[in-house]
Ligand binder design. Sequence first.
Ligand code: G3P
Length: 218
Amino acid sequence: MKFFVDTADVKEIKELNHLGLVDGVTTNPSLILKSGGKIAEVTKQICDIVEGPVSAEVVATEFPQMMKEAEVLAKIARNVCIKVPLTLDGLRACRAIRNDLGRQVNVTLCFSANQALLAAKAGATFISPFVGRLDDTGFDGMELISEIRTIYDNYDFKTEILTASVRTVNHVKQAALIGSDVITAPPATLRALVSHPLTDKGLAAFVADWAKTGQKIG
Ligand code: G3P
């Protein structure tokens, strides 16, 4: 399973990258706003740190302007993956970006299995179902991941499931159990994966006992 980090915070990305935890990055207009930077500059900085795909999202809602924006974003770096919304214009742009620009495409704002089916047929590299936002509205986000896994496997679609809007460590575990290809999570959620009280307790005991031996290694 690949780990993408869902942030436009360059400092956070650098730190997680040092840990070897970053296979890619996802950004969106809200995360760019939060970063306080300009999209081209922030995206370039991220692409200089991370080798894997860095999703940068078009903001136009109509096909011709989406394509113009996709061309601008694609020029920032070779690993920019163009993110488009799950609309008819977005699906058309997905196909065109794959065919004409030769770029990876992340189709975002997916909330149903049928939407995911359409994205796969449009040749999407990644489909981004938003599990947290579905949970927020009383639906089961993980049920959607399961449905998409079944549909993609039924037809051997190559589109990768990129579980997004991840809010908890449990989302990560459930996505892994179902067989999501990728998860994208905020830095704090990725860091929280390592935590277990028994690990902390066990380590404290080992450190204390070792001190009592009076020994040193090396
Ligand atoms: O990857 C999509 C993500 O940024 C949305 O997350 O928490 O705003 O629903 P959230």
